[in-house]
Write a protein that binds this ligand. Structure first.
Ligand code: ZN
Length: 221
């Protein structure tokens, strides 16, 4: 047992929960790795994640904001409202055998988790269950909202959760994302992005021969 000095009792409880369930967390991580589902197709992954949260005492709302593989799981009531959110989509043509440093797909051309979203999802589920366990054991007041957000790579889902009011009552939000090292950071290090298609109505023209035929796209007049 790795006991870290200075942790409050509830924090110590959550840390012990994670150590105690280390094998199950690794299995969850590996299961999502082998599902390797692309964005908007994370059906097995979302079913596994929501099942674990439901078994752990969360109220689960599936298919939120029109996303079949999106979900919001809630525990507790009142404030503060703390949100944890993550993605679990794989990348196209990223199939890769685990523990092998050179490119070696499991299935040639298949999607895979080379960006590590399987780790993000396993961290989200395990930390949510650990915090919930501490809240229940120590009578901590507040609401924990756990968001599963499909298709991080397409920049969809979370902006629509905001649009539909799922974050209206949230006081603080945390999101895990695996990096190149096994460290973790915190603070305002995330970007707010949304995907959109722009059509520019300009006209191209040769700058030396017929520049008068050109029209600037932002201001076509
Ligand atoms: Zn990512």
């Amino acid at each position: 047992m790795d006991r870290r000095p200075g942790l409050a009792s509830a924090q110590e409880h959550a840390a012990q929960y994670l150590w105690r369930n280390m094998t199950a967390i690794a299995q969850l991580n590996d299961s999502i790795f082998y599902f390797g589902e692309l964005g908007m197709q994370e059906y097995e992954t979302a079913a596994l994640m929501t099942g674990l949260l439901e078994d752990g005492g969360f109220r689960v709302e599936r298919g939120i904001a029109g996303f079949p593989t999106g979900f919001c799981a809630t525990f507790g009531s009142g404030g503060p409202v703390i949100a944890l959110h993550t993605e679990y989509d794989s990348n196209p043509d990223n199939s890769q055998q685990a523990g092998v440093v050179e490119p070696k797909p499991i299935v040639e051309g298949a999607p895979g988790h080379c960006e590590g979203h399987n780790c993000n999802a396993a961290v989200l589920i395990s930390s949510s269950l650990a915090v919930k366990s501490a809240m229940a054991a120590f009578g901590l007041k507040g609401t924990l909202k756990v968001f599963g957000a499909p298709a991080e790579e397409q920049l969809v889902s979370r902006p629509y959760y905001v649009r539909d009011g799922y974050f209206d009552d949230v006081d603080a939000a945390f999101a895990p994302h695996v990096g190149s090292e096994f460290g973790c950071g915190y603070g305002l290090i995330q970007s707010a992005l949304i995907s959109a298609i722009f059509t520019f109505h300009g006209e191209t023209a040769h700058a030396g021969v017929a520049p008068w035929k050109g029209r600037r796209a932002p201001n076509p007049n």
